[in-house]
Design a binder for this molecule. Structure first.
Ligand code: SF4
Ligand code: SF4
Length: 141
């Protein structure tokens, strides 16, 4: 079994195709959509968790790339610059999944990447600019 969070980016010409349906039907995968930015006739982006048999997952990733989609691991999309962090805690209040949280008893902030859903709320909340993203948002503004 494999369970992986990924970011799919759809070029405009295939944004309206039933890609998720195909992942479920043809590759027997389970798909949990974490966030979707879909605009008809523009580039689309889906952040989701995919689980299933390893062989099916690999075949599906190959198929997605052949369709012209880009696939990236979601864990690598948000970066915490610990050297800039002042442990003020502002991000822990707004992080919806508690990926940013206080570690007790020292009460220092830590970032648990596997809980992050790339909502990007922490980017705006952090006064020290300690949170960064590798996601190119230029087509979504
Ligand atoms: S991007 Fe969202 S889920 Fe991830 S750490 Fe920041 S606030 Fe939390
Ligand atoms: S808001 Fe920024 S500086 Fe404050 S704890 Fe979070 S990451 Fe660190």
């Amino acid at each position: 079994m494999v369970k992986q969070k990924v970011v799919l980016r759809f070029p405009p010409n295939i944004v309206e195709q039933p890609t998720i349906y195909m992942l479920i039907k043809d590759f027997d995968l389970m798909v949990n959509i974490l966030r979707a930015d879909i605009n008809p006739r523009k580039e689309g982006r889906l952040m989701m968790e995919i689980s299933g048999e390893e062989a099916n997952y690999q075949k599906a990733m190959t198929w997605l790339k052949k369709q012209g989609l880009s696939v990236m691991n979601l864990e690598q999309q948000i970066i915490w610059r610990s050297d800039r962090c002042t442990h003020c805690g502002a991000c822990t209040v707004i992080c919806p999944t508690a990926a940013l949280n206080f570690e007790r008893p020292d009460m220092v902030v830590r970032f648990e990447e596997d809980k992050c859903i790339v909502c990007e709320l922490c980017l705006r909340a952090c006064p020290a600019r300690a949170m960064e993203t590798l996601v190119d948002n230029s087509n979504f503004r």
